[in-house]
Design a protein around this ligand. Structure first.
Ligand code: IPD
Ligand code: CA
Ligand code: CA
Length: 250
């Protein structure tokens, strides 16, 4: 299987189905609760139904944000967030994306993030780099006092905001990790104990393949189970120096 073709066409299918709902209250209508206890919006359901319908016949396991694990007894597992940033989507804020990460056992095989409105397709190929629309991308470190970071907190480490130049909180962590990977941000940090592997696994692989570092709040390698339920912290940085500063504060 050529995963880049399969996943790109899946992202396009999701895009076609959901974009008519962009910014419409209908897309934000609550249709249930997901496996992590969060609400499922109508748009989440529309997007996930397409993902499951396309991936199930491939016989692989699926871990997706709303339904959780579809275990088909395969050694391959796709960890998917069909639409990350669904509040933004239904509120007409143009920052949201499709996020997909494939593992063989626990080893990453491929990941992709697709920003619908811009047509930006990010890919990570383990050991072979990170790409945006086929072109190699890299993190771009800056001095902490010049850095732009995305930072989600409920109070932990707020002093970080005095030590960097810019804070951006965009509301779609997959997109923020992609922006870090391509050099638009220098870090993406969420210390609310709130993100799930489905939100961040594709982005974490992308950041690493772009030369960045991804750890937990203790500075240990970020290596969560392939789950849609577990909640955790993530600290992703373009470089060691900024990472040290963030870890000092959180
Ligand atoms: C959310 C977004 C958001 C993050 C939340 C996630 P969803 O995902 O990634 O940026 O702060 O933790 O739940 O629910 O829109 O797929
Ligand atoms: Ca998400
Ligand atoms: Ca989602």
């Amino acid at each position: 299987i050529s995963w880049n073709e399969v996943v790109f066409s899946l992202a396009k299918d999701v895009e076609r189905a959901v974009m008519p709902l962009f910014g419409k209250p209908e897309g934000g209508r609550e249709v249930g609760k997901n496996v992590s206890g969060d609400v499922t919006k109508y748009v989440d359901k529309v997007a996930e139904d397409i993902v499951v319908k396309r991936l199930e016949p491939l016989g692989i396991n699926i871990v997706s944000e709303e339904i959780g694990l579809v275990d088909q007894g395969s050694d391959l597992t796709a960890v998917v967030d069909p639409i990350d940033g669904s509040y933004n989507f239904s509120s007409g804020i143009p920052i949201f994306a499709f996020s997909f990460a494939l593992f063989k056992g626990k080893k990453p095989v491929y990941s992709a993030i697709y920003e619908f409105l811009l047509g930006n397709y990010y890919e990570a190929i383990p050991g072979n780099g990170a790409y945006l629309n086929g072109r190699r991308i890299h993190v771009v470190p800056r001095e902490p006092e010049k850095a732009a970071i995305s930072f989600y907190t409920r109070g932990v480490g707020v002093s970080i905001i005095e030590r960097v130049k810019r804070i951006r909180v965009l509301g779609a962590i997959a997109v923020e990790l992609a922006y870090l990977a391509r050099g638009s941000l220098q870090a993406a940090v969420d210390v609310r104990n709130y993100v799930r592997p489905t939100d961040v696994l594709a982005g974490a692989l992308l950041v690493r393949e772009a030369g960045g570092i991804v750890v937990d709040e203790n500075g240990k390698e970020f290596d969560p189970a392939l789950s849609a339920e577990d909640k955790m912290n993530i600290i992703a940085s373009s470089d060691e120096r900024l990472l040290e500063l963030i870890l000092e504060e959180v």
